[in-house]
Structures are given as structure tokens and as C-alpha cells.
Design a protein around this ligand. Structure first.
Ligand code: FAD
Length: 433
């Protein structure tokens, strides 16, 4: 069974267990409204545990599902959590108010006077603020670091929810089975987070002692950084994957940026190639050789492990060429590369790609020009043009990495050409959007 099905199967199983425990061991709610409130509360806890697992960056899960997909699930789970967390106290308060023939405000004051409920109210406020900064409108206006810092408070919310649950939920303490079940879930989620986000990165960096070995300008605004370290042959990195890079001592330690490997790892060095789009990426050009590097990863499922066919089509747009260049080195069999740029001089790493293609007998085609220009308009990735360039596209795995509009156009064309979904693999260079 595929990992995605297995993962969601496990989630559904847990929802079923929570319902079973609610109906068997939890004491009777005051009324139906109160009961709905309690069920929502249990689901809020379950959603928080799911959130922790999705961001734990467990290598096993990340390699099979991909961090982009896990992050997108995390985003949707976050919004679901927001509504569940908001509705849970509303139903509980309404349930108590109906049962006690009093007002909702009176019941709210009663609950706010109890430690367990107060802790829950604080957790609710933190979740609401974090969800607020995650909506697209606010997200676009915030610096990445600010958005990330606000998100960090969610770890405090997790602790508060756990305390709230210990105080409040009769289902948690009603029976030894329920207690064991909830503790097992929390230990699993928090343990996964500590392993994936703390222990594995610290261990890998202590082991490999990464340092900048060379900085090579590729164009006016693109630079390659070569990184060396100890025992790199033991680092389980693959072509197509990325790391989250920090350069402590050179940049602020909390500044971390994801960049793909732009060459297949050879056991001796790693290479990233970055386009200057903001402060951190522009500063890479001036980084001194010998700078310490703290690299979290490897992450991502944009690798040859996803391959389902003998033949491959690689499509790169702009700096999206980085993982494509690495994949060209590693993928066996018949490979075609389409590389989309406005002008030939924008095509970074082109001489390397051409040399690799020559060595292994792959076909490479550079697609230059402005989309929509000319008569008929130049639309390189409409279904007809794509099929004309690669007539056997349906027999190939397609790996695409480029600007969002290009990636979307390619995926639409592949759908129109009936290329099965399992053969289409995209890296979107975005984790947070
Ligand atoms: C999986 C992945 C692989 C990537 N590979 C490459 C690559 O090989 N070459 C390349 O040139 N670019 C790559 N990028 C894009 C690169 O990460 C951003 O361009 C870079 O982080 C911008 O940082 P900045 O501070 O210079 O610019 P800013 O102006 O600060 O950031 C520009 C945008 O980049 C994104 N960004 C910034 N920091 C982070 C972060 N820590 N995590 C996630 N997103 C962030 C945000 O959406 C932000 O709005 C990749 C992105 C991802 C998610």
C-alpha cells in the first residue's frame, strides 16, 4: 500500500478510536450540545497531534510523501484546527448554559475561573493568532521570519492543550485504556518532533561538520556554493532533494533558507545554486570560504525513487534547473530535458547540462522567448506544443521545477495529454505558501 493511503488510514483509525472511547468510557455529557463540544475538543487534540507529526520532518515520511505535500496538509489541518478549536468552547459553554438554565456569559466566567479551562482559553487565543497570520493576505505582508516566529508560539499552545486535556477531558482520565491511548499519541507526536527537528539535524551536523569550500558565480544574480564535510558518503542525500541551510557566523543563526542540491551528491561535496531574490540569497555571493554551515535535511520526494517508467522528461524553468540538473546526473534510461528561460544568457548551468546530456545520450532543448509573444503566440507548454516536442510523453515520468505559473501550465498540459498523475512529479520551491 502507498504511504499516503497508509498515513491517512492511520488518521482515520485514530478518529474511530476516539469515537469508540467517547461512547464507551467517557461519562455522559450534560446534553447533546455539550456532547458535541466534548467530541470537538477531542478532535482538536487529535488535530494538534497530527499537526506535530506533519511538521516533524521525519525522514521516513518526508522521503515518501515530500515536504511540500506534508506542508500543504499541515496548512489545511491548521485551518480545520482553527474552526474546531473555536467551536469546541462555544458548544461546551452553550451545553452548560442550557443544562444550568443560565447565560453563556455566566458559564464562560465560571469556566475562566477554573485552571484547566483558563489554560484552554489561552491555547485558543494562540491558535487563533497563528491561524490569522497564516491566511494568505496576512502571510504575503509578513516577513518569512516574522511569520515563522509567530508560528513558534504554537509549541506553547501544544503544551497548554495537553495540560487542558489532562485537567478537563474525562475521556483522558476515565479509564486506563483511554489514558494509555492519549499518552501514546502525545509521546509519539512530541517524540517525532524532537527526533526530526532537533536530534537528527544536530547529530548530522556534528557528524559531517559542513563548511563552505567554494563560492562560484554562475551569472549576475546566481551563485553556487560548494560545501564539504566529513563522511559525506554516509549522508543519505539524493539528487532532487534539498536542505535548509544556515550559515552561522556569517548570517544570523535563525536565518534559514531552503535550496536544492544542484549536483547529485558524490560522497565528497554538496552544491547549492541560488538566485538572489532577497537579502539572504543575495548575501551568499560574498560568503567566505571556510564558513561553518548548518544544514537540515536532506528533505523532499522529488527523487528517482518516485520513478514509475523507464523513460523520463525533465522540465526546468529558470533557477528551477537546480534539482533538474542533479536528477539528469542520476536518472538512468532515456531522458529528455526541456529548459525554459527568457534569454539564452539566463540559462544558468547550461554548459554542465549539455555536457551531461552528451555523455549519457540525453536530448536537451532550450526554450527561449516571451510567452504569448509572436504570431501565432509562443506558448511552449500548451498540450500541442509539448506533445510535438516529446511525442511519447505519456510513456515518461515527468519531473517539473520552475516558476509557479510555468509549473501549473505544464501540469495542466500533462493532464490534457492524459499523462497518469503518478508519473507527474513537481517541486514548487515553496513550503509556506
Ligand atoms: C524546497 C525548496 C527548494 C528551493 N531550491 C532553490 C534553489 O535551488 N535555488 C534557488 O535559487 N531558490 C530555491 N528555493 C527558493 C529559495 O528558498 C528562496 O528564494 C530563498 O529562501 C529566498 O530567501 P531570501 O531571504 O533571499 O529572500 P526573501 O525576500 O526573504 O524571501 C523570498 C521568499 O522566499 C521564501 N522563503 C524565504 N525564506 C524561506 C525559508 N526559510 N523557508 C521557506 N521559504 C522561504 C518566502 O516565501 C519568501 O517570501 C527553494 C525553495 C524551496 C521551498
Amino acid at each position: 500500500m502507498r504511504t499516503v493511503q497508509l498515513f491517512w488510514g492511520a488518521v482515520i483509525l485514530n478518529v474511530a478510536v476516539v469515537w469508540a472511547l467517547f461512547f464507551t468510557v467517557a461519562p455522559e455529557p450534560k446534553n447533546a450540545i455539550h456532547g458535541i463540544g466534548l467530541v470537538l475538543g477531542l478532535h482538536a487534540a487529535l488535530l494538534m497531534i497530527l499537526q506535530l507529526t506533519l511538521v516533524a520532518r521525519l525522514p521516513w515520511l518526508d522521503r515518501r510523501i515530500g515536504m511540500d505535500r506534508l506542508t500543504s496538509w499541515h496548512r489545511w489541518t491548521g485551518f480545520t484546527l482553527f474552526w474546531v478549536v473555536l467551536l469546541h468552547p462555544m458548544f461546551v459553554i452553550a451545553g452548560y448554559a442550557i443544562a444550568g438554565h443560565s447565560t453563556a456569559w455566566q458559564q464562560f466566567l465560571n469556566l475562566a475561573g477554573m485552571t484547566g479551562s483558563l489554560v484552554g482559553i489561552v491555547a485558543l487565543v494562540v491558535v487563533v493568532v497563528a491561524a490569522g497570520v497564516s491566511i494568505r493576505y496576512a502571510r504575503r505582508r509578513l516577513q518569512y521570519e516574522t511569520w515563522h516566529a509567530v508560528h513558534f508560539f504554537l509549541y506553547a499552545a501544544v503544551a497548554l492543550v495537553l495540560i487542558h486535556q489532562l485537567f478537563e477531558f474525562s475521556a483522558f482520565t476515565a479509564s486506563p485504556v483511554a489514558k494509555a491511548y492519549w499518552w501514546a499519541l502525545w509521546v509519539f507526536a512530541i517524540g517525532s518532533l524532537l527526533v526530526g527537528r532537533v536530534a537528527v539535524p544536530l547529530w548530522r551536523n556534528a557528524r559531517h561538520q559542513f563548511r563552505v569550500a567554494a563560492v562560484v558565480p554562475e551569472s549576475d544574480d546566481v551563485v553556487s556554493v560548494h560545501v564539504r564535510g566529513r563522511h559525506l558518503d554516509k549522508l543519505p542525500a539524493r539528487a532532487g532533494q534539498f536542505f535548509i541551510w544556515r550559515f552561522p557566523g556569517y548570517a544570523r543563526w535563525w536565518q534559514a533558507n531552503p535550496f536544492s542540491l544542484s549536483a547529485a551528491p558524490d560522497g565528497r561535496s554538496l552544491r547549492l545554486t541560488a538566485k538572489a531574490v532577497g537579502g539572504a540569497s543575495a548575501a551568499l555571493r560574498h560568503i567566505p570560504v571556510g564558513t561553518r554551515v548548518f544544514a537540515e535535511g536532506p528533505y523532499g520526494a522529488f527523487t528517482s525513487l518516485r520513478r514509475t517508467r523507464e523513460k523520463t522528461l525533465l522540465i526546468a524553468g529558470g533557477v528551477g534547473v537546480t534539482p533538474i540538473r542533479a536528477l539528469l546526473e542520476e536518472l538512468p534510461g532515456d531522458v529528455v530535458v526541456l529548459y525554459r528561460v527568457h534569454r539564452r544568457e539566463d540559462a544558468v548551468l547550461l554548459p554542465e547540462l549539455e555536457a551531461l546530456a552528451r555523455d549519457r545520450g540525453a536530448r536537451i532543448e532550450l526554450l527561449t522567448g516571451r510567452t504569448g509573444a509572436g504570431d501565432p503566440p509562443f506558448v511552449p507548454f500548451d498540450p500541442q506544443n509539448l506533445a510535438a516536442k516529446v511525442p511519447d510523453v505519456t510513456d515518461r515520468d515527468v519531473y517539473v521545477c520552475g516558476p509557479p505559473a510555468m509549473t501549473d501550465a505544464v501540469i495542466r498540459a500533462l493532464r490534457a495529454l492524459k499523462v497518469p498523475r503518478r508519473q507527474v512529479h513537481a517541486e514548487r520551491f515553496s513550503l509556506a505558501a
